[in-house]
Design a protein around this ligand. Structure first.
Ligand SMILES: NC(=O)c1ccc[n+]([C@@H]2O[C@H](COP(=O)([O-])OP(=O)(O)OC[C@H]3O[C@@H](n4cnc5c(N)ncnc54)[C@H](OP(=O)(O)O)[C@@H]3O)[C@@H](O)[C@H]2O)c1
Length: 327
């Protein structure tokens, strides 16, 4: 198999690259060159936001393209148009954000979608992802695979969610653990996403698939217990009722990564339906394995680990955490 990955050097793209290499696929990555590609891949440099930025892809044929783009749909449109006759399949890494909120528990791929346009420039994230999907479909039709990922946690993360929890636990002491402890969380390890995506390409699948663990795969308690354990056991989890945390003005998800209190937003983000992906081969490793491997990887990096510069982070400060715990 000859695979072209648009991106391919960071987080999800890196997991896809590693999985392709593991399978012995001839792998090309297209990126700006700001992050190093792993040994064994062919690199084509270019900037998708620049005029004539795709010039490096003017020639060449592949058996599949995977596009990890998260920004303006026009970038997906231009790449997909350029490659439509030179690759039989195009997998676009989309997101469950394309569904209109709120989502009912168990929502499958038939859920109502936000509006989007392949010709849109910089738009809000949900519209950008939907526009990217439409751009992929416009060029590849039913040869386009739409990988609607849920929350992605695992090695190579550059967002600051699982990494934030690991760093917090490593610091030790009393840790604000947001309840309920048995609240279900859904995520997908980038390595499981990558394995499913390449398998789906082999099976010639097309159309939308929700890519996230089954409901009940993990709980907030299991995630935080694993984080506390692998970082040396210095953290003392103080399980705290959601009402108390919300009363302190804490913003779920952004100030406390991964955490959403029970309610509509929790069902939207942590209770999606992924039966179609599971039936077509998605296997989700246990949360403890994701946490252990991410910690091992994180320790191999300089501290602090480099994170994506384009995301504003507003996670809980140690002072605010201590204040809530003292309340
Ligand atoms: N994080 C989540 O929980 C989550 C959930 C659902 C869906 N998703 C989706 O998952 C995908 C994440 O992909 P990712 O982790 O691979 O993204 P990423 O970490 O942002 O990496 C971007 C990749 O594209 C390259 N790149 C960046 N700007 C470029 C440009 N202007 N021209 C050419 N290449 C460029 C980068 O390499 P260089 O810097 O070397 O150019 C890098 O390889 C996104 O589509 C996102 O919407 C994420």
């Amino acid at each position: 198999m000859r695979l072209l990955i648009l991106g391919g050097t960071e987080f999800v793209g890196r997991a896809l690259t590693e999985e392709a290499l593991k399978r012995g696929w001839e792998t090309t990555v297209f990126h700006r060159g700001r992050h190093a590609a792993p040994p064994g891949v062919t690199t084509v440099l270019g900037d998708r936001t620049a005029e004539n930025g795709l010039a490096g892809l003017a020639g060449g044929e592949w058996d599949a393209v995977v596009d990890t783009w998260a920004g303006a749909p026009t970038a997906v449109r231009d790449a997909a148009r350029l490659l439509a006759d030179r690759a039989p399949r195009y997998a676009y890494i989309s997101s469950r954000s394309v569904y209109r909120h709120p989502c009912a528990p168990g929502l499958d791929e038939s859920g109502a979608l936000v509006d989007g346009s392949p010709d849109a420039g910089d738009v809000e994230y949900p519209e950008a992802k939907r526009g990217g999907e439409l751009a992929a479909v416009a060029a590849f039709g039913d040869r386009a695979l739409l990988v609607r990922a849920g929350l992605i946690l695992g090695p190579w993360e550059n967002v600051g969610r699982l990494l934030w929890w690991l760093n917090r636990m490593a610091r030790g002491g009393p840790v604000l653990a947001p309840g309920p402890r048995d609240s279900g969380i859904q995520f997908v390890d980038p390595r499981d996403l990558a394995a499913w995506t390449l398998g789906a390409i082999e099976q010639r699948l097309g159309g939308p698939y929700n890519l996230v663990s089954p409901r009940g795969h993990a709980t907030m308690g299991e995630l935080l217990d694993a984080c506390a354990r692998v970082t040396g056991g210095r953290a003392e989890l103080r399980w705290t009722a959601p009402e108390k945390i919300l009363a302190a003005g804490v913003e779920p998800w952004t100030e406390i990564p991964v955490w959403i209190p029970p309610g509509e937003l929790h069902d939207t983000i942590h209770a999606g339906g992924s039966a179609k992906a599971i039936a077509s081969g998605l296997r989700c490793r246990p949360v403890a394995e994701t946490v252990t491997d991410t910690w091992t990887w994180l320790q191999s990096l300089p501290s602090p680990a480099p994170l994506r510069p384009d995301i504003q982070r507003t996670a809980l400060t140690p002072q605010k955490e201590a204040e809530i715990l003292a309340m």
